[in-house]
Design a binder for this molecule. Structure first.
Ligand code: PLP
Length: 349
């Protein structure tokens, strides 16, 4: 199906934008019950465009978790604004709403919660806070395609949201791609212009824009894969349940908590272990590939040194970074392979 879908943009010559991109945007928006989806070249681009379009700029602070992929903070810096880090919760690794509330000042313009590992942040307190203080709420939904909170999907819980279709995400393209979702008509119109050199009418450039458009072949592939997303996520959830059952009785391995009221889509299945690096190496030795997402929190990344944070400031993020281990997780993983990983861990901890 994917090979077949690739032919059309190539044969029609619609290699960037075009009907496949439009069709994917409509399908993605409908699925999230939002008015608009705007396809871009990546999630980094999508987040940057969303913040810029909402007016984040010099003099603004944007609250982001200290524990996430680096793009979440970089996009704030691209806008000339300042990322203000807050710690995450120990049991979920998600942004701590109380820490967010404590970090709000007169300079705060926006909050970017990250639905890390596939679990949505419990958004209601952040929604109340944002509404009360007049702050913008932009979801980083790059790891949470299809995840739900109550009856709504990640991507429909703030003023705007950004998704990544990097190949390894729950919905992946054949390269880099991303999108913004929003209900805000004015935001959608501006963003559509900004991603295409500020133009609405060809060769008339109303705004200083960029070249941030999604390729037709990425949209064609994503259009084929999108209808399968819920099945793939169900498969991830079943595998996660098997891991949780297998690991429950294992002292020395702690699983992160799935909160009530949401549906986790397990972009990653992350456990916590002491002596992580030793265990990781031993798993590699018996043929089990693992990952660490992420070994260095953002406040102590070299690229953020000028922000003036120091080690020890966000103890939960720092402890997580030293203990987390991402076990194999993808829809095609076999139940027997999950059992092998659990047995491997049992012999090591
Ligand atoms: C993958 C990811 C991004 C960036 O996505 P790209 O499409 O690679 O730009 C941003 N935030 C989080 C949390 C991610 O996992």
């Amino acid at each position: 199906e994917e090979w077949q879908a690739l032919r059309e943009p190539i044969e029609s010559g619609w290699l960037t934008q075009g009907p496949k991109v439009r069709a994917f945007e409509m399908a993605f928006a409908e699925r999230h019950r939002v008015a608009h989806a705007l396809a871009t070249t990546s999630c980094t681009t999508a987040l940057h465009l969303a913040l810029a379009t909402l007016g984040v700029g010099p003099g603004d602070d944007v609250i982001v978790p200290a524990f996430t992929w680096v793009a979440t903070a970089n996009v704030v810096l691209y806008c000339g604004a300042v990322p203000v880090f807050v710690d995450v919760e120990d049991d979920t690794a998600l942004i701590d709403p109380d820490a967010v509330a404590a970090a709000v000042t007169g300079q705060t313009a926006a909050i970017v919660p990250v639905h890390l590992y596939g679990q949505t942040v419990a958004m209601s307190s952040l929604q109340n806070l944002a509404a009360g203080k007049g702050l913008m709420l932009i979801e980083d939904a790059c790891q949470a395609h299809g995840a739900r909170r109550e009856n709504r999907r990640a991507g429909s819980l703030g003023d705007a949201a950004a998704f990544s279709f990097y190949p390894s995400k729950n919905l992946g393209a054949l390269g880099d791609a991303g999108c913004v979702t929003t209900d805000d008509q004015a935001l959608a119109e501006r963003l559509r212009m900004l991603r295409d050199h500020g133009s609405r009418e060809r060769y008339v450039h109303e705004l200083l824009g960029r070249t941030d458009r999604m390729d037709g072949i990425q949209a064609a592939v994503l259009g084929v894969k999108l209808p399968h997303l819920d099945d793939w996520n169900s498969s991830r959830r079943e595998l996660a349940t098997r891991y949780l059952r297998g690991l429950a009785k294992l002292d020395g391995v702690r699983c992160l908590k799935e909160q009530d009221g949401g549906e986790h889509v397990f972009h990653l299945f992350v456990v916590r272990v002491a002596e992580r690096d030793r265990i990781r190496q031993s798993l590699t030795d018996i043929g089990v590939g693992t990952g660490v997402h992420y070994p260095l929190p953002l406040h102590i990344q070299p690229c953020c040194a000028h922000l003036g944070y120091s080690e020890g400031e966000f103890p939960v993020a720092e402890k997580l970074a030293s203990e987390i281990l991402s076990l194999p997780m993808f829809p095609e993983l076999l139940p027997g392979q999950v059992d092998e990983v659990v047995d491997g861990l049992r012999s090591l901890v």
